[in-house]
Design a binder for this molecule. Structure first.
Ligand code: CP
Ligand code: NVA
Length: 305
Protein backbone atom coordinates (compact mmCIF):
# COMPACT_ATOMS: atom_id res chain seq x y z
CA UNK A 1 0.00 0.00 0.00
CA UNK A 2 1.66 3.23 -1.18
CA UNK A 3 -1.34 5.59 -0.94
CA UNK A 4 -4.92 5.52 0.35
CA UNK A 5 -6.94 6.85 -2.57
CA UNK A 6 -10.02 4.60 -2.47
CA UNK A 7 -11.00 1.30 -0.87
CA UNK A 8 -11.19 -0.33 -4.32
CA UNK A 9 -7.35 -0.30 -4.25
CA UNK A 10 -7.04 -2.21 -0.96
CA UNK A 11 -7.18 -5.95 -0.28
CA UNK A 12 -9.17 -7.36 2.63
CA UNK A 13 -5.83 -8.13 4.34
CA UNK A 14 -4.71 -4.49 4.04
CA UNK A 15 -8.03 -3.27 5.49
CA UNK A 16 -7.76 -5.67 8.44
CA UNK A 17 -4.13 -4.66 9.02
CA UNK A 18 -5.22 -1.00 9.29
CA UNK A 19 -8.05 -1.89 11.69
CA UNK A 20 -5.77 -4.03 13.89
CA UNK A 21 -3.17 -1.27 14.14
CA UNK A 22 -5.94 1.28 14.83
CA UNK A 23 -7.15 -0.85 17.76
CA UNK A 24 -3.58 -0.99 19.10
CA UNK A 25 -3.05 2.77 18.74
CA UNK A 26 -6.39 3.46 20.45
CA UNK A 27 -5.30 1.23 23.34
CA UNK A 28 -1.94 3.03 23.53
CA UNK A 29 -3.55 6.44 23.55
CA UNK A 30 -6.12 5.50 26.21
CA UNK A 31 -3.36 4.03 28.39
CA UNK A 32 -0.85 6.86 27.87
CA UNK A 33 1.60 4.52 26.11
CA UNK A 34 3.93 6.54 23.89
CA UNK A 35 3.49 5.90 20.15
CA UNK A 36 5.50 8.65 18.46
CA UNK A 37 6.13 6.65 15.31
CA UNK A 38 6.21 9.72 13.04
CA UNK A 39 8.53 11.96 15.04
CA UNK A 40 9.71 14.92 13.00
CA UNK A 41 7.43 14.14 10.05
CA UNK A 42 4.96 16.52 8.44
CA UNK A 43 1.60 15.96 6.80
CA UNK A 44 0.33 18.57 4.32
CA UNK A 45 -3.46 18.77 4.59
CA UNK A 46 -5.20 20.29 1.54
CA UNK A 47 -8.85 21.22 2.06
CA UNK A 48 -10.91 22.38 -0.91
CA UNK A 49 -14.14 21.62 0.99
CA UNK A 50 -15.24 22.29 4.58
CA UNK A 51 -14.40 19.93 7.43
CA UNK A 52 -14.53 19.55 11.19
CA UNK A 53 -13.76 15.86 11.90
CA UNK A 54 -11.24 15.24 9.11
CA UNK A 55 -9.24 18.38 9.85
CA UNK A 56 -9.13 17.93 13.60
CA UNK A 57 -8.56 14.15 13.60
CA UNK A 58 -5.70 14.33 11.08
CA UNK A 59 -4.03 17.31 12.75
CA UNK A 60 -4.39 15.84 16.24
CA UNK A 61 -3.40 12.40 14.95
CA UNK A 62 -0.12 13.46 13.36
CA UNK A 63 0.68 15.49 16.50
CA UNK A 64 0.08 12.45 18.75
CA UNK A 65 2.41 10.46 16.49
CA UNK A 66 5.16 13.03 17.11
CA UNK A 67 4.77 14.88 13.83
CA UNK A 68 3.04 18.03 12.59
CA UNK A 69 0.18 18.85 10.26
CA UNK A 70 0.18 21.81 7.87
CA UNK A 71 -3.26 23.10 6.91
CA UNK A 72 -3.59 24.37 3.33
CA UNK A 73 -6.93 25.75 2.23
CA UNK A 74 -7.77 25.64 -1.46
CA UNK A 75 -8.42 29.38 -1.52
CA UNK A 76 -5.34 30.53 0.42
CA UNK A 77 -2.78 28.30 -1.31
CA UNK A 78 -1.68 28.72 -4.92
CA UNK A 79 -4.04 25.88 -5.86
CA UNK A 80 -6.81 28.46 -5.63
CA UNK A 81 -5.00 30.55 -8.24
CA UNK A 82 -4.71 27.65 -10.64
CA UNK A 83 -1.30 26.09 -9.87
CA UNK A 84 -1.54 22.59 -11.38
CA UNK A 85 -2.04 19.70 -8.97
CA UNK A 86 0.95 17.88 -10.47
CA UNK A 87 3.25 20.80 -9.60
CA UNK A 88 1.79 21.02 -6.10
CA UNK A 89 2.48 17.28 -5.75
CA UNK A 90 6.13 17.68 -6.70
CA UNK A 91 6.65 20.70 -4.43
CA UNK A 92 5.02 19.17 -1.35
CA UNK A 93 7.04 15.98 -1.97
CA UNK A 94 10.22 18.03 -1.40
CA UNK A 95 9.08 19.31 2.03
CA UNK A 96 6.67 16.84 3.60
CA UNK A 97 6.27 13.13 4.33
CA UNK A 98 2.61 12.74 3.39
CA UNK A 99 -0.31 14.62 1.83
CA UNK A 100 -3.96 14.43 2.82
CA UNK A 101 -6.41 15.98 0.38
CA UNK A 102 -10.14 16.72 0.48
CA UNK A 103 -11.48 17.85 -2.87
CA UNK A 104 -14.16 17.31 -5.51
CA UNK A 105 -12.87 15.07 -8.32
CA UNK A 106 -11.37 11.66 -7.56
CA UNK A 107 -9.20 12.17 -10.68
CA UNK A 108 -7.46 15.09 -8.95
CA UNK A 109 -6.45 12.86 -6.03
CA UNK A 110 -5.23 10.18 -8.43
CA UNK A 111 -3.16 12.77 -10.33
CA UNK A 112 -1.74 14.14 -7.09
CA UNK A 113 -0.63 10.61 -6.16
CA UNK A 114 0.80 9.94 -9.60
CA UNK A 115 3.12 12.95 -9.29
CA UNK A 116 3.97 12.62 -5.57
CA UNK A 117 6.97 10.76 -4.25
CA UNK A 118 5.27 10.69 -0.81
CA UNK A 119 2.03 8.94 0.25
CA UNK A 120 -1.32 10.58 -0.55
CA UNK A 121 -4.44 10.04 1.57
CA UNK A 122 -7.94 10.78 0.30
CA UNK A 123 -9.80 12.80 2.94
CA UNK A 124 -13.01 12.76 0.83
CA UNK A 125 -13.88 13.26 -2.81
CA UNK A 126 -17.22 13.20 -4.61
CA UNK A 127 -16.49 9.51 -5.32
CA UNK A 128 -15.09 8.14 -2.08
CA UNK A 129 -14.55 8.64 1.65
CA UNK A 130 -12.17 5.81 2.53
CA UNK A 131 -10.96 7.12 5.92
CA UNK A 132 -14.55 7.42 7.10
CA UNK A 133 -15.49 3.90 6.10
CA UNK A 134 -12.34 2.47 7.71
CA UNK A 135 -13.47 4.19 10.94
CA UNK A 136 -16.95 2.76 10.43
CA UNK A 137 -15.58 -0.78 9.99
CA UNK A 138 -13.47 -0.31 13.13
CA UNK A 139 -16.57 0.79 15.08
CA UNK A 140 -18.70 -2.10 13.82
CA UNK A 141 -15.98 -4.62 14.71
CA UNK A 142 -15.60 -3.07 18.19
CA UNK A 143 -19.32 -3.25 18.83
CA UNK A 144 -20.08 -6.61 17.20
CA UNK A 145 -16.73 -8.43 17.49
CA UNK A 146 -16.73 -9.40 13.80
CA UNK A 147 -17.40 -8.09 10.29
CA UNK A 148 -17.87 -11.09 7.98
CA UNK A 149 -21.42 -12.38 7.92
CA UNK A 150 -23.07 -9.16 9.13
CA UNK A 151 -25.64 -7.27 7.05
CA UNK A 152 -25.08 -3.56 6.43
CA UNK A 153 -27.87 -1.32 5.12
CA UNK A 154 -27.44 2.20 3.72
CA UNK A 155 -30.49 4.40 3.12
CA UNK A 156 -30.20 7.63 1.09
CA UNK A 157 -28.12 9.14 -1.68
CA UNK A 158 -25.82 6.87 -3.72
CA UNK A 159 -22.90 9.18 -2.89
CA UNK A 160 -19.27 8.95 -1.75
CA UNK A 161 -20.34 7.26 1.49
CA UNK A 162 -22.55 4.69 -0.27
CA UNK A 163 -19.71 3.94 -2.71
CA UNK A 164 -17.16 3.41 0.04
CA UNK A 165 -19.50 1.40 2.27
CA UNK A 166 -20.28 -1.04 -0.54
CA UNK A 167 -16.61 -1.62 -1.31
CA UNK A 168 -15.33 -1.70 2.28
CA UNK A 169 -18.12 -3.88 3.65
CA UNK A 170 -18.12 -6.38 0.77
CA UNK A 171 -14.33 -6.74 0.90
CA UNK A 172 -14.75 -7.64 4.57
CA UNK A 173 -17.41 -10.27 3.81
CA UNK A 174 -20.52 -8.29 4.74
CA UNK A 175 -23.81 -8.34 2.82
CA UNK A 176 -24.85 -4.83 1.74
CA UNK A 177 -28.29 -3.44 0.91
CA UNK A 178 -28.80 0.06 -0.45
CA UNK A 179 -32.13 1.89 -0.55
CA UNK A 180 -31.97 4.88 -2.87
CA UNK A 181 -34.05 6.61 -5.56
CA UNK A 182 -33.42 5.08 -9.02
CA UNK A 183 -31.75 8.28 -10.30
CA UNK A 184 -29.35 8.39 -7.34
CA UNK A 185 -27.61 5.02 -7.57
CA UNK A 186 -24.04 4.44 -6.35
CA UNK A 187 -21.24 4.90 -8.91
CA UNK A 188 -21.06 2.45 -11.82
CA UNK A 189 -17.45 1.49 -10.95
CA UNK A 190 -18.69 0.34 -7.55
CA UNK A 191 -21.67 -1.55 -8.98
CA UNK A 192 -19.30 -3.28 -11.42
CA UNK A 193 -17.00 -4.20 -8.50
CA UNK A 194 -19.96 -5.70 -6.60
CA UNK A 195 -20.97 -7.82 -9.61
CA UNK A 196 -17.81 -9.88 -9.15
CA UNK A 197 -19.13 -11.28 -5.87
CA UNK A 198 -21.52 -14.20 -5.43
CA UNK A 199 -21.12 -14.03 -1.70
CA UNK A 200 -21.40 -11.55 0.03
CA UNK A 201 -24.33 -10.01 -1.80
CA UNK A 202 -25.34 -6.46 -2.80
CA UNK A 203 -29.05 -5.55 -2.95
CA UNK A 204 -30.16 -2.24 -4.49
CA UNK A 205 -33.80 -1.31 -3.94
CA UNK A 206 -36.15 1.68 -3.73
CA UNK A 207 -37.80 0.14 -0.65
CA UNK A 208 -36.05 1.13 2.58
CA UNK A 209 -37.92 -1.52 4.56
CA UNK A 210 -36.71 -4.27 2.24
CA UNK A 211 -33.15 -2.93 2.57
CA UNK A 212 -33.30 -2.62 6.37
CA UNK A 213 -34.86 -6.03 7.02
CA UNK A 214 -32.69 -7.98 9.51
CA UNK A 215 -29.80 -5.51 9.13
CA UNK A 216 -27.10 -5.45 11.81
CA UNK A 217 -25.91 -1.95 10.88
CA UNK A 218 -27.92 0.95 9.40
CA UNK A 219 -26.13 3.84 7.72
CA UNK A 220 -27.33 7.09 6.31
CA UNK A 221 -25.77 10.37 5.16
CA UNK A 222 -26.89 13.84 4.10
CA UNK A 223 -29.15 14.10 1.05
CA UNK A 224 -27.13 17.00 -0.44
CA UNK A 225 -23.37 16.52 -0.20
CA UNK A 226 -20.82 19.32 -0.25
CA UNK A 227 -20.96 21.01 -3.64
CA UNK A 228 -24.70 20.24 -4.07
CA UNK A 229 -26.00 23.07 -1.90
CA UNK A 230 -28.09 24.52 -4.74
CA UNK A 231 -29.98 21.23 -5.14
CA UNK A 232 -30.74 21.03 -1.44
CA UNK A 233 -34.47 21.93 -1.56
CA UNK A 234 -35.14 19.72 -4.58
CA UNK A 235 -33.36 16.83 -2.91
CA UNK A 236 -35.48 17.14 0.24
CA UNK A 237 -38.47 16.16 -1.92
CA UNK A 238 -36.65 13.39 -3.82
CA UNK A 239 -35.39 11.76 -0.64
CA UNK A 240 -38.30 12.31 1.75
CA UNK A 241 -39.14 8.58 1.75
CA UNK A 242 -35.54 7.68 2.64
CA UNK A 243 -35.35 8.66 6.30
CA UNK A 244 -34.08 6.38 9.07
CA UNK A 245 -36.84 6.49 11.67
CA UNK A 246 -38.30 4.18 14.33
CA UNK A 247 -40.39 2.30 11.72
CA UNK A 248 -37.22 1.39 9.80
CA UNK A 249 -35.40 0.45 13.00
CA UNK A 250 -38.27 -1.90 13.85
CA UNK A 251 -37.52 -4.17 10.87
CA UNK A 252 -33.74 -4.30 11.52
CA UNK A 253 -32.23 -6.78 14.00
CA UNK A 254 -33.08 -5.89 17.62
CA UNK A 255 -29.41 -5.17 18.46
CA UNK A 256 -28.81 -3.14 15.25
CA UNK A 257 -26.46 -0.17 15.46
CA UNK A 258 -26.70 3.11 13.52
CA UNK A 259 -23.78 4.85 11.84
CA UNK A 260 -23.70 8.40 10.46
CA UNK A 261 -20.47 9.99 9.23
CA UNK A 262 -21.75 13.43 10.35
CA UNK A 263 -22.65 16.23 10.08
CA UNK A 264 -26.28 15.06 10.44
CA UNK A 265 -29.48 16.83 9.45
CA UNK A 266 -32.00 15.72 12.05
CA UNK A 267 -35.52 15.52 10.65
CA UNK A 268 -34.15 14.84 7.15
CA UNK A 269 -32.09 11.65 6.68
CA UNK A 270 -32.54 10.61 10.33
CA UNK A 271 -35.01 11.47 13.08
CA UNK A 272 -33.87 13.17 16.27
CA UNK A 273 -35.18 10.17 18.21
CA UNK A 274 -33.14 7.56 16.34
CA UNK A 275 -30.05 9.78 16.26
CA UNK A 276 -30.05 10.34 20.01
CA UNK A 277 -30.88 6.70 20.80
CA UNK A 278 -27.76 5.70 18.83
CA UNK A 279 -25.51 8.65 19.68
CA UNK A 280 -23.11 6.35 21.56
CA UNK A 281 -22.03 4.43 18.50
CA UNK A 282 -22.26 7.47 16.20
CA UNK A 283 -19.75 9.42 18.31
CA UNK A 284 -17.55 6.31 18.72
CA UNK A 285 -17.51 6.31 14.92
CA UNK A 286 -16.39 9.96 14.90
CA UNK A 287 -13.69 9.21 17.50
CA UNK A 288 -12.41 6.24 15.52
CA UNK A 289 -11.50 8.57 12.64
CA UNK A 290 -8.57 9.61 14.82
CA UNK A 291 -7.33 6.10 15.55
CA UNK A 292 -7.82 4.66 12.08
CA UNK A 293 -6.13 7.63 10.37
CA UNK A 294 -3.19 7.36 12.77
CA UNK A 295 -2.89 3.73 11.66
CA UNK A 296 -3.03 4.75 7.99
CA UNK A 297 -0.34 7.40 8.53
CA UNK A 298 1.95 5.00 10.42
CA UNK A 299 1.61 2.35 7.71
CA UNK A 300 2.15 4.81 4.86
CA UNK A 301 4.61 7.30 6.36
CA UNK A 302 6.43 5.21 8.97
CA UNK A 303 10.07 4.12 8.63
CA UNK A 304 9.08 0.47 8.28
CA UNK A 305 7.59 1.17 4.83
N1 CP B 1 -17.39 12.86 8.44
C1 CP B 1 -16.56 13.82 8.03
O1 CP B 1 -15.73 13.61 7.14
O2 CP B 1 -16.68 14.99 8.69
P1 CP B 1 -16.06 16.40 8.29
O3 CP B 1 -16.72 16.83 7.02
O4 CP B 1 -16.37 17.30 9.46
O5 CP B 1 -14.58 16.23 8.10
N1 NVA C 1 -21.57 12.85 1.58
C1 NVA C 1 -21.11 13.91 2.43
C2 NVA C 1 -20.15 13.38 3.46
C3 NVA C 1 -19.65 14.41 4.43
C4 NVA C 1 -18.66 13.87 5.41
C5 NVA C 1 -20.44 14.98 1.59
O1 NVA C 1 -19.70 14.64 0.66
O2 NVA C 1 -20.68 16.16 1.85
Amino acid sequence: MKHLLKLLDLSEEEIIKILDLADQLKYNQKNAISHEYLKGKTLAMIFEKNSTRTRVSFETGIYQLGGQGIFLSGSDSQLGRGEPIRDTARVLSRYCHGIMIRTFEQEKVEELAAYSSIPVINGLTDFAHPCQVLADLMTIRERMSRLAGLKVCYIGDGNNMANSIIVGAMKCGMDVSIACPPKHLPDKRVLDFAKKFRNPKLLITEDKFEAAKDADVLFTDVWASMGMEEESEKRKKTFEGYQINSEVMAVAKPHAIVQHCLPAHRGEEITEEVFEAHAGEIFDEAENRLHVQKAVMVLLMGNNQ
